[in-house]
Design a protein around this ligand. Structure first.
Ligand code: KIV
Length: 278
């Protein structure tokens, strides 16, 4: 089995098509994504909140990201697995090279994603020169959470919109294979997409992007509230809680397990049990 690569993203974009990207962090979530025919899986640092119970993505580091990226790689065979470089893991070219190398060599990722625009273009260029496929991330960038109290739409004002286009162009120029655009007005995301030759991957950025990415629990309703832009498609949390509550009741009443859930010993064992001292 060969895995999808960033070349497939670019080919879909060049043909005027769309593709789906979803986050995953372990075997069940990775298997759901791949079995659903999704070719691109992001091991997002949102695992801090959705899997590890932190309040912000800045709370995860390389060890957690590698651990979960490797789990997703082991649990898939055809998807491109993208490792999300965590907070402070790409502050300069040397640090970024070492950490991107760990995603590729130790965890088996096929690409990395990092947040930022013009300011990180030299880091992106160095990684790409070294042979690492890189995906950028502009607009709302969750690793800035220490400076901003909550997710904010970016690029509402003309100057901010122009700066985001500059960011996107700088990432493209640096060799990025695609760019995530998060929480910007749909008209701006579409205008940026039109001006790029590489795909854009929107989240809360409207239908004008080449692709869409969502955080899996937001889509499937695995946790409580989800952002409006996620467009929840299932309510698995409710289903899980209802099913577990029914199972708990069946254990408490003695209805579980039944013979069908149990192992029956043979006649020799049963006879021997009769001889056991009381
Ligand atoms: O960490 C993440 O899940 C992400 C997506 C929001 C794109 O970066």
């Amino acid at each position: 089995m060969t895995r999808a690569t960033v070349a497939e993203m670019r080919a879909v974009h060049a043909a005027g098509g769309h593709f789906a990207v979803v986050t995953a962090w372990d075997r069940p979530t990775a298997e759901f994504a791949e079995a659903a025919g999704i070719h691109f899986i992001l091991v997002g640092d949102s695992l801090a909140q959705v899997a590890l119970g932190h309040e912000s993505t800045v709370r995860v580091g390389m060890d957690e990201m590698l651990h979960h990226t490797a789990a997703v790689v082991r649990s898939t065979s055809t998807a491109l697995v993208i490792g999300d470089m965590p907070f402070l893991s790409y502050v300069d070219v040397t640090t970024a090279g070492e950490n991107a190398g760990r995603f590729i060599r130790e965890a088996g990722a096929g690409a990395v994603k990092l947040e930022g625009g013009v300011s990180i273009a030299p880091v992106v260029a160095a990684l790409v020169r070294g042979g690492v496929p890189v995906i950028g991330h502009i607009g709302f960038t969750p690793q800035s959470s220490l400076n901003e109290s909550k997710p904010r739409v970016k690029g509402r004002l003309p100057a901010a919109a122009a700066a985001l286009l500059d960011d996107a162009l700088a990432l493209q120029e640096a060799g990025a294979s695609a760019i995530v655009i998060e929480l910007v007005p749909q008209e701006l995301a579409a205008a940026i997409t039109e001006r790029l030759t590489i795909p854009t991957i929107g989240i809360g950025a409207g239908p004008g992007c080449t692709a869409q990415v969502q955080v899996l629990p937001d889509l499937l309703g695995l946790l409580g509230a989800a952002p409006r832009h996620a467009g929840r498609i299932a309510h698995l949390r409710d289903e899980a809680i209802t099913s577990l509550a029914a199972w708990r009741t069946s254990v408490e009443s003695g209805a579980f397990p039944t013979a069908a859930n149990s192992i029956t010993g043979d006649a020799t064992l049963i006879a021997a049990l009769e001889e056991l001292p009381r």
